[in-house]
Design a protein around this ligand. Structure first.
Ligand SMILES: *Cc1c(COP(=O)(O)O)cnc(C)c1O
Length: 394
């Protein structure tokens, strides 16, 4: 059982204060917010407060721009379908090749149904968006631009302010999947031209199964779920009150400690990264550079099988991830890593470490103390390694 948890881009531990904030809404305050009796009246203010807490972390102008959903996936789906539904004269989508499946699969679905034409913009070897291709793809047919704020595998941050501006001047809606950026980078939506934004509670020490879609005032939303009048008719279904309260509390905690967490987490990540680069020969950072989430390090050890390294790390008490979507044992490098310029002998050795505000210096020291030997052992099993290893590590 791993004791050092460095897979926070997959999910995070729910903060104890968040759990405390949620508990009363399972028991004494169990009411339905739509009920007119006291039980309903007791929960309405809690929903209002949570909306304000999310608004504050987004730096949004109005709290009613926040629509609660079941998570990042629902928010992405709603944003994309809604944009196509509400744009009568335009039917093209501009997105990137490195989006989360919650965006890519929805785009592909619309494409297959003949409802949209989709442009998938590539990235440079370092993971930066191809801005020339982006500009060329925009036209008076573009209904929606959907570009993630930060990539979940590499942490790479895209220039959302500029991209939103370009999208708006082409007359398109601009959506961003900000699930990884929310609570990790500063946001001031009231000064930006973002129309739609997706976020999720469980990536910021909140509960799973709850998130929000930010929809700028005046942006028409075509609901994915139709039914009751909840969320001003933009998302039907009885509100997940404990979850929403948890999202609000997690956002509030993140907002209070954001500046401090950014600096501390980044210094731990940099220590991990420079330590591994120094201790393990033929190691590379994927999609690195300064424009990155402070908590993410995607690193590849040439000629080392990443799955084997992860397995040994797990046995040594460290949980990380391949940063690749591996389908039941068959290790396929992810679409994100394949979009970067990584040689085949490095692709299989990619590992994603994602830290959180709970990560400690001891956690990083443990990885630095165990990983170099694990990589050396795994490399010994690679026939290629015997031919290429530098003499100094023979
Ligand atoms: C986790 C994640 C999602 C999905 O969010 P859920 O709340 O798990 O549905 C979407 N996009 C990105 C970038 C993510 O990291």
């Amino acid at each position: 059982m791993a004791v050092v948890y460095l897979d926070n881009n997959a999910t995070t531990r729910v903060d104890r204060q968040v759990v405390e904030a949620m508990l009363p809404f399972f028991t004494e305050s169990f009411g339905n917010a739509s009920s007119t009796h006291d039980y309903g009246a007791a929960v309405a203010p809690a929903l209002k407060e949570a909306r304000k807490q999310v608004q504050a972390l987004l730096g949004a102008e109005f709290d009613h721009e926040v629509v609660f959903t079941s998570g990042g996936t629902e928010s992405d789906t709603t944003a994309i379908f809604s944009a196509i539904e509400t744009s009568s004269q335009r039917n093209e989508i501009v997105t990137s090749a490195v989006e989360h499946p919650a965006v890519l699969n929805v785009c592909q679905n619309l494409e297959r149904a003949g409802r949209a034409k989709v442009h998938y913009i590539g990235v440079s070897p370092d993971g930066d968006l191809d801005l020339d291709a982006f500009g060329a793809a925009l036209s008076d047919k573009t209904a929606l631009v959907s570009i993630m704020w930060a990539n979940n595998e590499t942490g790479k941050i895209f220039p959302i302010v500029e991209l939103a501006k370009l999208a708006k001047s082409a007359g398109a809606l601009f959506h961003t999947d900000a699930v990884q950026a929310f609570g990790k980078v500063d946001m001031a939506l009231k000064d930006m031209e973002v129309d739609l934004l997706s976020l999720s509670a469980h990536k910021i020490h909140g509960p799973k199964g709850v998130g929000a879609l930010y929809a700028r005032k005046g942006v028409k939303l075509s609901p994915l779920f139709r039914g009751g009048k909840q969320e001003r008719g933009r998302r039907a279904g009885t509100e997940n009150v404990p979850g929403i309260v948890g999202l609000g509390a997690a956002a509030e905690r993140a907002r209070q400690t954001l500046a401090e967490d950014q600096a501390r987490v980044k210094s731990l990540r940099d220590k991990l990264e420079s330590g591994l680069l120094a201790a393990v020969p033929l190691t590379r950072v994927n999609g690195g550079g300064a424009n990155r989430l402070p908590n993410t390090c995607n690193i590849a050890f040439d000629y080392a099988d990443g799955e084997a390294v992860l397995h040994k790390l797990d046995r040594a008490g460290v949980a990380a991830s391949s940063g690749s979507a591996c389908a039941s044992g068959s290790m396929e490098p992810s679409h994100v890593l394949r979009a970067l310029d990584i040689p085949p002998y490095a692709l299989q050795g990619a590992i994603r470490f994602s830290l959180s505000r709970e990560t400690t210096g001891e956690d990083i020291a443990k990885v630095l103390a165990t990983l170099p030997e694990i990589v050396a052992n795994v490399r010994e099993k690679s026939p290629l390694w015997a031919e290429v290893r530098p003499p100094q590590v023979a």
